[in-house]
Write a protein that binds this ligand. Sequence first.
Ligand SMILES: NC(=O)C1=CN([C@@H]2O[C@H](COP(=O)(O)OP(=O)(O)OC[C@H]3O[C@@H](n4cnc5c(N)ncnc54)[C@H](OP(=O)(O)O)[C@@H]3O)[C@@H](O)[C@H]2O)C=CC1
Ligand SMILES: O=C1O[C@H](COP(=O)(O)O)[C@@H](O)[C@H](O)[C@H]1O
Length: 485
Amino acid sequence: MAALVLFGGGGDLAMRMLLPSLYFLEHDGLLPDGLKIIGAARSEESRDEYVSKVRASVESKAKADDAWSPEAWARMEQRLDYLAVDATSAESLKPLKDKVGEGECTSFLAVSPSLYARIVTAMRAAGLAEPGDRVVLEKPVGRDLQTFSEIDDAVSDAFDEHQVFRIDHYLGKETVQNLIALRFGNTIFEPLWNNLSIDHVQITVGETVGVGDRWPYYDEYGALKDMLQNHMLQLLCLVAMEPPSDLDPDSVRNEKVKVLRSLRRITPEEAERVTVRGQYVAGKSEGEQVPGYDDERGLDSDTETFVAIRADIDNWRWAGVPFFMRTGKRLPEKRTEIVIQFKELPHSIFDNDRGQVTANRLVIELQPQEDISLSVMNKRPGLDQRMQLQPIRMSLSWGQDDKDAKPPRRRIAYERLLLDALNGDSTLFVRRDEAEQAWKWVDEVSQAWTDGNVKPIEYKAGTWGPGEADFLLERTGRAWNTKNG
Ligand SMILES: NC(=O)C1=CN([C@@H]2O[C@H](COP(=O)(O)OP(=O)(O)OC[C@H]3O[C@@H](n4cnc5c(N)ncnc54)[C@H](OP(=O)(O)O)[C@@H]3O)[C@@H](O)[C@H]2O)C=CC1
Ligand SMILES: O=C1O[C@H](COP(=O)(O)O)[C@@H](O)[C@H](O)[C@H]1O
């Protein structure tokens, strides 16, 4: 019988994301038969206590999504177990190995990354890193290439690469996978997907939340390492990669690594021109007055809560096509999108008084809505003597045929990822060399900031970051996409 061990099974990630995801999979009949789910953390508590904590968390989430089923919960409850362990000690893990038994074991490390190296070493000694076993690692693995490598060396002493599943939860988002379908399941986009037709690409991950009491973690990372090193570079890779020969995990990941290797280095001389660091100060967010980052932190800090970067990919397909990325806390909207901006018409046959002709734009929206839309120019209906033009937005989203149908439940990204990890499919997980390349590029940016003494520029909470982020595009004759295109 197979087992899924959740180290840190009582923590925030497990209770808010992992266990509800497992419930939803159970609800939909997707969990493998006989799979045991074992929470493992140091707190001394009984199985019953653990199960009732899990139920409280799962039930409220499932009810909010109209997916609570006592039968599904009864099946999930049967699978659940708990054991108090110190996961860094092989001795302490032996009873866990007995509970797991001889079946395949997938261990999810939902604990502080500072424990990863010690935990995998203890797992190996306790027999929890056998050839059929797997380990799932949450981000952030390390703070830079060196610390990443130190942790990952310990991981690779215990597990072969095909047994290691490094999570980037953005890869579990439905629209991110849909991007793969859009690019490689259609013939019409690929001939245009290059520097002949595309002017530039924008990737925005805007959040309205502040850092709040997460600052002890955040202050060590900042927006560059918390968001850009992983989620945003993964999105960039999926937009920019060459078509893989198949959907085999290594075929996809080989292509992503090639993109990361082609990213132009950002030197200290370039840093001020192609990057913007920002930090929010007090302002209004979603109608409420909110404190600045330094006020939350209680001390002055040089950590950026906003970053905007122009990245260039030095290969044949993308030569001359800048990729602009921006992310930040306390921005005006929770909005995650990828914008593919096509080039202007080479020559317009329409005078300006017929309506402004705007270049085509493909917007892949991940949050708050999931949607893919293409803006195209269209004739305004009517009998005007002089034909008038207008841009229209064509939605390419799934499930839109029947407008009255209830949209499918929006899945938690971890549902897809947990299922794939249990099935041993690592396509949507990050391979070691991908993470290394991403760290290498980001480390250089970070070093360039240090060498060039580039400090965060203040921006008011509730705004789109420092004005310099707008200037990053404006000086190239471009502008960030706004909500309504
Ligand atoms: N929370 C979130 O939304 C997200 C979290 N993450 C990552 O997930 C990981 C966990 O985060 P989060 O859930 O927030 O953290 P928490 O602090 O809420 O939970 C950590 C868990 O680890 C357990 N733990 C600590 N030491 C040990 C040990 N030696 N042996 C066994 N269990 C131990 C703790 O329980 P006890 O004290 O009982 O041992 C607790 O259950 C981190 O890597 C974080 O960066 C990533 C993305 C989002
Ligand atoms: O990994 C992280 O992601 C969240 C944003 O995730 P999303 O799915 O809500 O877009 C971010 O808030 C957090 O700082 C970061 O660690």
